[in-house]
Design a protein around this ligand. Structure first.
Ligand SMILES: [Zn+2]
Length: 244
């Protein structure tokens, strides 16, 4: 990025970056996958589904550039479940491409200073960064978690179960979110009822989200937003005492 003179979010022109690496980007409607890459040793063609929303297309290009970097010479078709799926495990090539994509569209050296200015980790604060970088709220939240500046977790549920979660490295391992959504949580009202997204994080007893001895001493904050496919993503903020 430094070689290319990229210093601010507006400079992250993915098509130009792909081009300097020998990959051209084309858009066309794709039915069976979100994006694909076909290439030899030096040149590649990345095709992105033109029907996807802009932040998704952007993540997909970055993901394919990640394949070009890590898995050169292979032909890869990446489905909706392959791109930006936090449930993938670390050894999966799709996860490697996602990690590369996250570093490309949300470079830590640009996100870090914005996070230091952020007073509280709220959905509004996450969205401000997401808009500035032209990426999804989910990708932004995951980056903020990984940067380990706040004691926060993201937990994703569908109507059956918890699908995945991500936790800031500073948080001790016993803060492990429960599989089922507690019916007293605000998230439950959003997933199973028609409750609207809350403008602010709301306080709730930590035992609604976690179970370990002594958990009822803590109060945490939760704030959720809806994802496609009837999924809900919840931002949980732990108190500082939770880290002791
Ligand atoms: Zn892929």
């Amino acid at each position: 990025m430094q070689e290319l003179g990229i210093e601010c979010p507006q400079d992250i022109d993915l098509e130009a970056i792909a081009w300097t690496l020998g990959a051209a980007v084309k858009y066309r409607p794709l039915d069976k996958c979100e994006a694909m890459i076909v290439g030899g040793e030096r040149r590649a063609l990345i095709t992105v589904n033109s029907k996807a929303i802009p932040t998704r297309r952007r993540f997909s290009i970055a993901h394919e550039i990640g394949h070009w970097h890590h898995h050169r010479g292979r032909i890869l078709f990446c489905g909706a479940h392959d791109i930006g799926n936090p449930a993938d495990d670390a050894l999966n090539p799709e996860k490697q491409a996602d990690q590369f994509a996250s570093d490309l569209i949300l470079p830590s050296f640009m996100v870090q200073p914005r996070m230091i200015k952020m007073k509280r980790p709220t959905l509004a604060a996450v969205r401000e960064i997401a808009d500035e970088f032209d990426v999804s709220d989910t990708a932004t939240l995951l980056k903020i978690i990984d940067l380990d500046h706040f004691p926060i977790l993201a937990v994703c549920h569908n109507k059956e179960r918890r699908r995945w979660f991500r936790r800031a490295p500073m948080i001790p391992g016993w803060w492990f979110p429960r599989q089922e959504l507690d019916h007293e949580s605000f998230a439950f009202e959003m997933l199973f009822g028609d409750a609207n997204e809350s403008a602010f994080p709301r306080k709730i007893g930590a035992d609604a989200w976690f179970e370990f001895r002594g958990v009822d001493r803590f109060e945490i904050q939760e704030q959720s937003f809806r994802l496609p496919n009837d999924e809900l993503l919840t931002l949980l903020v732990l108190p500082d005492e939770a880290l002791e």
